[in-house]
Design a protein around this ligand. Structure first.
Ligand SMILES: Nc1ncnc2c1ncn2[C@@H]1O[C@H](COP(=O)(O)OP(=O)(O)OP(=O)(O)O)[C@@H](O)[C@H]1O
Ligand SMILES: [Mg+2]
Length: 363
C-alpha cells in the first residue's frame, strides 16, 4: 500500500507553517472544514508531485502566499511510504535570476516529475474538472490524453515529438519553404498522428473493458473516438498517405493562419452514458460527476492492473452525488490498496467511511 505519512508546508498559498502526521492504520483520509479553510490547497500541494501546475493549474506566482510575494521561501514536503520504500519528496519554489522556478527533490537530490511517475502517480478529481463532461471536445480530449500519459510514457514522448515537429514545419513554411525538408517533416508528423490516433483508440478500448468488467456496480459509460475525415482507421500505409495529403494541401492555409489546421485535434471523442444511451453532455450534473468518476476509477484500475502505484485525491467528490452514489464510490475505491483523500465541508457527508477513516478538521 502507498500512503502519505507526513506533510509539512511552508508558505504555500494560504499555509504559512503547517505539519500533518497521519495514522498509518487508515487508508481513507478525510479533510473537512468550512469554505476557504485550505482543503483544496492541501490536495493541490500534493498534486504538484505529479503535475507541473497542480490540480488548479496555478502559476508559480499564485502559489506564493499573497502577503509574502517578495520573500520566496516556499516548500511542500511529503513522506510517502510504500511496501518496501520510504520517499521523502519536497518541492521548493526558488527565485533564479528574478524568475520563479519549481524544483523537486527526493531526499536532497533533485528529481524530475517523469522519474517520480515511475514510482508514484497522484490521481485526482476536483470541481475544476466538472466542465469536462459538458464543455465540448477539447477539454475531453486533453483530459483523456493526460490520463494516457500517466499510463504510457511512450505516448508522452510521441506527443512531445509531434509538437516539436509541427513547430518545425510552421517555421519552414514561414521561412525557406524548402520542399524536401517539408516532405521529410510531414512524413514524421503523419507517423506521429497515426500513432497518437492508434494509442488513443487502444486506451479507450481498454478502459471500456475495465468499465464493464471491473467497475460493474458503478455508472456505466463508454468512450469512443471518431474522425470525420477518416472514418476507417484500419490500414496504416493508406492512412499515412491520407495524412500526408492533408498536410500538403493545407500548407498555404497553415502559413497564413500560423497554425497546423490538420492535427491530432481532428479526432473527436464521445463519452456516452450507456445506461441511458445518451451523451454525457446531456446528463444531469450528478450523472456527469459519476461519469467522470467512472473514467478516473477505470484509469486507476488500469494502473493497478499494470502494478503501477497511485494515491487518489477526491476533492469535493460528495458535491452533486447523492448518498447512494457516494457509498458506491466508497465501495469501489476501497478495493484499491492505496491511500485515498477526500474533502468536504461537513463531517456528516462521510458517514459511510465512519471508523474506517482518519478525519482531519481544518479550521
Ligand atoms: N496565493 C495565495 N495566498 C494566500 N491565500 C491564498 C492564495 N491562494 C489561495 N488562497 C486562499 O486560500 C484559501 C483556501 O482555499 P481552498 O481552495 O483551499 O479552500 P477550501 O477549504 O477548499 O474551500 P471550499 O470548501 O470552498 O472548497 C482561500 O480563502 C483563498 O483565498
Ligand atoms: Mg475546496
Amino acid at each position: 500500500m502507498l500512503s502519505i505519512e507526513k506533510v509539512n508546508i511552508k508558505n504555500f498559498k494560504s499555509y504559512k507553517n503547517y505539519t500533518l502526521s497521519l495514522d498509518k492504520n487508515f487508508k481513507h483520509i478525510v479533510v473537512y472544514g468550512n469554505n476557504g479553510v485550505g482543503k483544496t490547497n492541501l490536495l493541490d500541494g500534493i498534486s504538484y508531485f505529479s503535475n507541473r501546475k497542480g490540480l488548479r493549474g496555478s502559476n508559480l506566482d499564485e502559489v506564493l502566499p499573497n502577503d509574502r510575494l517578495n520573500e520566496v521561501d516556499t516548500h511542500f514536503k511529503i513522506k510517502i511510504k510504500s511496501l518496501d520504500n520510504i520517499f521523502n519528496l519536497t518541492f521548493k519554489i526558488i527565485n533564479e535570476d528574478n524568475k520563479l522556478k519549481k524544483r523537486i527533490f527526493l531526499d536532497d537530490k533533485k528529481i524530475s516529475l517523469s522519474t517520480i511517475k515511475n514510482y508514484i502517480n497522484i490521481i485526482w478529481l476536483s470541481p475544476y474538472m466538472d466542465k469536462i463532461m459538458y464543455e465540448g471536445q477539447t477539454l475531453k480530449r486533453n483530459f483523456v490524453d493526460k490520463m494516457i500519459t500517466q499510463n504510457d510514457s511512450y505516448f508522452n514522448k510521441i506527443l512531445l515529438n509531434f509538437k516539436k515537429n509541427i513547430a518545425e514545419r510552421l517555421n519552414i513554411l514561414k521561412n525557406s519553404k524548402d520542399e524536401k525538408w517539408l516532405n521529410l517533416i510531414e512524413k514524421k508528423i503523419a507517423n506521429n498522428i497515426f500513432e497518437i490516433f492508434h494509442i488513443r483508440r487502444n486506451y479507450a478500448k481498454n478502459l471500456n473493458v475495465i468499465i464493464n468488467k471491473q467497475l460493474n456496480k458503478f455508472k456505466k459509460i463508454r468512450i469512443d473516438y471518431k474522425n470525420k475525415l477518416f472514418p476507417n482507421l484500419e490500414n496504416k500505409d493508406d492512412l499515412i498517405n491520407l495524412f500526408l495529403n492533408e498536410l500538403k494541401n493545407k500548407r498555404e492555409l497553415d502559413e497564413i493562419t500560423k497554425r497546423t489546421n490538420f492535427s491530432i485535434s481532428s479526432d473527436e471523442i464521445y463519452i456516452t452514458d450507456t445506461e441511458n444511451n445518451i451523451s454525457t453532455d446531456a446528463c444531469s450534473t450528478g450523472e456527469q460527476k459519476s461519469s467522470l468518476l467512472t473514467i478516473i476509477l477505470a484509469n486507476c484500475w488500469k494502473l493497478k492492473n499494470e502494478n503501477k502505484k497511485f494515491i487518489l485525491l477526491l476533492d469535493e467528490a460528495t458535491s452533486h452525488i447523492d448518498r447512494v452514489n457516494f457509498k458506491k464510490l466508497f465501495n469501489e475505491v476501497d478495493k484499491f490498496d492505496t491511500q485515498i483523500w477526500y474533502t468536504g465541508t461537513d463531517k456528516n457527508l462521510f458517514q459511510v467511511i465512519e471508523n474506517k477513516g482518519f478525519f482531519i478538521h481544518l479550521q
